[in-house]
Design a protein around this ligand. Structure first.
Ligand code: PMP
Length: 312
């Protein structure tokens, strides 16, 4: 049975930001049939506007669409639509060092469907918003072992809109206790770390960098993938593996990655009332990775990886 595949989304147009109309029976409203993506456009010192690996977002959306029984745009159509949207909003891309233009593609079931079936019609849309650089300072995380964001065979490995609803309560509880965010464990053994509410996690021990292998319950972040490739290019050993909580508690450094947070150091983790602190600052491994990643994204460092796409 094939319920997904590529669709040529026609009738595309650039319209002023505003509400959209859909049937009360829309698949997205009733059954959460929807995918989101997130990427950024950055302005360089010499005035160019760069996207970072947009084809990776397109590919991730296609994989998500297959799992969600949705028809999705081709990679070419996705990237072209992102470019056109950014081009039409070029004046909103902040100057270098002042932030970026956040781009939010959505693929949603907008056709009406009363029974539990894929929506008969899908809408692919993109909206953008200027955002400041994310400055929270080092994070203080708490490990959550009763609420889970993903289970094996579920949708944790794709970017469906419904992945975020299991997270609200855990985050609210953590924030009420003064933590910055929640670190989720695997739902089966409750022994291994997975990821935060909206970013991936890395640990560093004796200069070896490790991150949980994704295995379908962790979102394969594009920043995660890029950090792995940067770390390897800088000569670090990188392991994608199962990471028990004990390894996290014994790590030298911990950091998380994502389009919004870029690369954010973790200062402390609290697990069953035990609090552990990590190395932060100029000498840390994560700093070198951060400098390289943001250098490429903003055009300050030559992009030998071929990751950036100019919008013109
Ligand atoms: N995990 C989750 C659950 C996320 O929502 C995100 C943000 N997309 C990430 C990880 C990081 O992914 P990326 O680096 O592609 O932004």
């Amino acid at each position: 049975m094939k319920c997904s595949g590529e669709e040529n989304f026609t009738r595309g147009s650039i319209t002023p930001y505003g509400n959209i109309e859909m049937s009360p029976g829309a698949g997205i409203l009733n059954y959460g049939q929807g995918l989101l993506e997130g990427l950024k456009a950055q302005r360089t010192e010499d005035g160019r506007v760069l996207l970072f690996r947009p084809e990776e977002n397109a590919e991730r959306m296609k994989i998500g669409a297959e799992r969600m029984c949705m028809r999705s745009p081709s990679t070419e159509q996705f990237v072209e639509a992102v470019k056109q949207t950014v081009l039409a909003n070029k004046h909103w891309v902040p100057p270098p060092g002042k932030g970026s233009l956040y781009i939010r593609p959505l693929l949603i079931g907008t056709g009406p469907v009363l029974g539990l079936e894929p929506a008969p019609e899908f809408t692919f849309l993109i909206y953008v918003s200027p955002v400041r650089n994310f400055h929270t300072g080092p994070l203080n995380l708490v490990i959550e072992d009763t609420i889970h964001r993903a289970t094996p065979g579920g949708t944790g490995g794709i970017k469906t809109v419904t992945n975020y609803s299991p997270v609200y309560k855990a985050r609210a509880l953590a924030k009420a206790k003064g933590f910055s965010d929640v670190l989720f464990l695997d739902a089966v053994t409750k022994k291994n770390i997975e990821e935060l509410s909206s970013c991936n996690i890395f640990i560093v021990k004796d200069d070896v960098i490790s991150t949980p292998a994704t295995h379908g319950t962790i979102l394969p972040g594009i920043t995660r993938k890029s950090i792995i490739e940067i770390a390897l290019s800088l000569g670090y050993q990188v392991k994608e593996r199962v990471i028990p909580v004990e390894d996290l508690l014994e790590a030298d450094e911990v950091f998380c990655t994502g389009t919004a947070v870029v690369l954010n150091p973790v200062f402390s983790v609290t697990y069953q009332n035990k609090r552990v602190e990590y190395k932060i600052g100029a000498e840390a491994v994560y700093k070198k990775l951060y400098v390289m990643l943001t250098g490429i994204q903003t055009g300050r460092i030559e992009d030998n990886m071929g990751w950036t796409v100019e919008v013109d």
